[in-house]
Design a protein around this ligand. Structure first.
Ligand code: FEO
Length: 397
């Protein structure tokens, strides 16, 4: 992506990645991702905010040198040290040897650890709320730990009414020519924001809430995240989505996750889905955990109010892909859901028992478990129908 001006003082100098198949080697990105970097040019000094992933450093420097025509950069602000943003630090230092790095104490430990840069004169260590002047533009730094790593911070330019937010408000999807949301069709980026948040930042809801509280004290019109569009017209919408996800506050809908070796547990999943619909639930997302994307299952579980999980007994335990999903829920400290489960077995009822135990460890509204043996029959159908009737009565819709 060529240099794009967001204002007379701020330019976009990030890159698109359409080659990586899995972000963090885990999460599919069929539509790519952008690594956003911004150049702020004041009357006296110039600051670069974040870099890009290592493999894109050459293009990044070319953009800075040839397209932005930058001869000198005074400061490199590191909002976040994850290598998708810090991978270009060494290349930037090599290209602009006089550059000073602005970060907090934790940032600098990480720079030493990742990139073996330990030239003390290179660093400007800032504290929460401190400012650095660029002349007629000023950068103020807010520490926002654990959004998404301990060193994460945001940079605010009051004169431009812009927040450079790091991973917060980020989303998957390379930028398809546009940059600021006013000029783009943003539906796909908004959809992917749920998957991005739940997969990447989902564990850190309380930290995200703390960051949002800090932001509520400042006035801004633009959110310049490290991934995805610059938010302007949709600023309030993305703040609302992020705020609700951070509080695990869900939308109408139910996610069903199940595993099934020979189709019997799948029969129950289908029966439960049809019962939900019969009781008026319209937004139902059914995933066979053996085939479905873990990334999408986590996203739907975060997004929707109801969660129903089913598994056959396998080696006296939960079916492995379902167990992996439950582990993902536990890691992300899932809460505020209406949940139920169903377990199937031939001779050992371990899956139902272990799913119930796992649900009981979460701060959720657990409405119980249907236990079936071998296959669907009129008795377990009746039990499931009764459970779903109760389940639906506990949904807010
Ligand atoms: Fe986009 Fe946490 O890095």
């Amino acid at each position: 992506m060529r240099v794009r001006k967001i204002s007379n003082y701020v330019s976009y100098v990030g890159v698109n990645d359409r080659s990586t198949e899995k972000f963090e080697s885990l999460w599919p990105i069929p539509n790519g991702v952008s690594y956003n970097s911004y150049l702020v040019c004041g009357s006296e000094k110039t600051a670069l905010i974040d870099t890009v992933e290592l493999g894109h450093s050459r293009n990044f420097l070319q953009t800075l040198r040839e397209e932005a025509g930058v001869e000198k950069i005074d400061y490199l602000v590191i909002n976040h040290m994850e290598p998708d943003h810090s991978g270009g630090i060494s290349a930037v230092i090599a290209a602009f040897p006089e550059i000073k790095i602005i970060g907090n104490r934790t940032t600098l430990q990480m720079i030493r650890g990742f990139y073996h840069i330990d030239d003390e004169d290179r660093f400007i260590v800032i504290k929460d709320g401190e400012e650095v002047s660029l002349g007629d533009r000023t950068l103020r730094f807010y520490l926002t730990p654990m959004v998404h790593w301990p060193e994460t911070m945001m940079t605010y330019c009051q004169e431009e009414r812009m927040v450079f937010s790091g991973d917060a408000f980020g989303t998957f999807g390379a930028l398809n020519g546009g940059l600021v949301d006013d000029d783009m069709e943003c539906g796909p980026y908004i959809e992917e924001m749920y998957r991005y948040y739940s997969n990447i930042v989902g564990k850190y809801g309380r930290s995200v809430e703390n960051a949002l509280k800090k932001l509520s004290g400042i006035e801004f019109d633009y959110i310049c995240s490290t991934h995805g569009p610059v938010w302007h017209a949709m600023k309030e919408k993305v703040i609302d989505i992020t705020s609700r996800l951070a509080r695990y506050e869900s939308e109408k809908g139910v996610t069903i996750i199940y595993g099934s070796m020979y189709g019997n547990t799948a029969d129950m999943a289908e029966f439960i889905a049809s019962e939900l619909n019969r009781h008026g639930v319209k937004n139902i997302h059914v995933h066979n955990a053996a085939n479905a994307s873990m990334s999408q299952m986590i996203s739907d579980a975060f997004r929707y109010e109801g969660l129903i999980v089913g598994s056959p007994t396998y080696s006296n335990d939960v079916f492995p892909p379902v167990a992996e999903f439950m582990r993902a829920m536990e890691l992300r400290e899932m809460k505020n859901k209406v949940v139920a489960c169903f377990g199937n077995n031939a001779w050992a009822p371990a899956a139902a028992k272990k799913l119930e135990e796992a649900m009981n460890t979460m701060p959720v509204q657990d409405l119980g478990c249907v236990k079936m043996q071998y296959s669907l029959n009129s008795q377990n159908e009746d039990e499931a129908a009764e459970l779903i009737k109760t389940f639906v009565s506990h949904l807010k819709q």
